[in-house]
Design a protein around this ligand. Sequence first.
Ligand code: FAS
Ligand code: PHB
Length: 389
Amino acid sequence: MRTKVVIIGSGPSGLLLGQLLTNAGIDNVILERVSRDYVLGRVRAGVLEEGMVSLIDRAGAGQRMHAEGLPHDGISLAFDGRDHRIDLHGLTDKRVLVYGQTEVTHDLMDKRDASGALSIYEAGSVTPHDFASDHPYVTYEKDGLTLRIDCDFIAGCDGYHGISRKSVPETAIQTFEKVYPFGWLGILADVPPVSHELIYANHPRGFALCSMRSQTRSRYYIQCALDEHIDDWSDERFYDELRRRLPAEHAEALITGPSFEKSIAPLRSFVAEPMRFGRLFLVGDAAHIVPPTGAKGLNLAASDVHYLFEGLLEYCNEGSAAGIDAYSGRALKRIWKAERFSWSMTMLLHRFPDTGEFGQKIQEAELDYLVHSTAASTALAENYVGLPY
Ligand code: FAS
Ligand code: PHB
């Protein structure tokens, strides 16, 4: 088999890139390690920047997103028993859309099915080859056979644990990492959200986040120790701890109900440089990870896709390599700004082992300054809604 672009991974990065290429008449094949149901079973991000919304529209997969997504004009920061609204739209003239990554993935899969583009699920031992040459190819195992796809480019959209970054010689890549000493214990429950907008709470007991997927489905998180086990957290224990970390008005208004998803996610900041190795490009979580405190992970994948798609389109249509040559540098400039923002929000809102009483007072003072300074609120808002591509 031969195609223009082999995309490794059928997550949001791979599906979005694949649809943009297909719509532009650039042949591509997606190779995914697990089943499509397994991909759809993952519960992850929930906040889309306008840039991602525009890309999903350009992919032709935005109908349900606009019908069911919730436009949000603000968020709240809760600390010292009170919450304070950050008027995202008033400060930046932009808003975010609350719409689950699972739904984005579903919509992109449906669009790809309708377009007839090829996705191969449960592809084993996917391996990129000869990407330092002008004749790369990818091998994979399916139904007991080892198969090969010759191509012009390989897009490594296979996430943090994928094969693409690991296929690059160690001497050709530099990584930067910070692992945080806590995780996020998250639940999904079909109960009305405690507030119509997201609440990010700083509390001496730890961070909490009140989010949602719809007007009837809530997504809640609390900071937890890395050695916590899901089995030790009944719904009742979770909700009690969440209430302790929220201002009284929200704690009293919290509507609880049985969770149908409960998981603990570790938090890390990670960047791999560069993001291009000959004919292989790293995209999304394959190249970078952010702590979800700034709602940037999924949205960074989108801007990577934008830069790479524009470069591949220019190469295929005009024969110019300028765009693909600039991909890594362009993507990394935006990635590091989002890494900074996500790190700063995590440092500001979480309880660290060495925070102590003085550190808690400093965090509360910084939050108090932030919510009462137009300049500081604007800086947070323009990062939260997404910096320009
Ligand atoms: P993904 O990891 O989504 O997709 C990679 C795909 O490649 C997967 O389907 C995988 O099966 C496949 N793959 C891996 N290895 C392969 C191989 N060898 N061969 C073939 N296929 C292979 N972001 C936010 O903005 N907000 C959040 O709240 C948030 N919460 C998160 C919670 C968790 C537990 C995790 C892990 C991430 C979270 N993120 C969040 C970040 C997340 O949303 C990512 O940014 C997003 O999934 C990135 O999409 P992809 O780059 O497509 O990577
Ligand atoms: C979510 O709804 O899952 C979510 C929202 C905002 C974040 C992180 C997660 O910053």
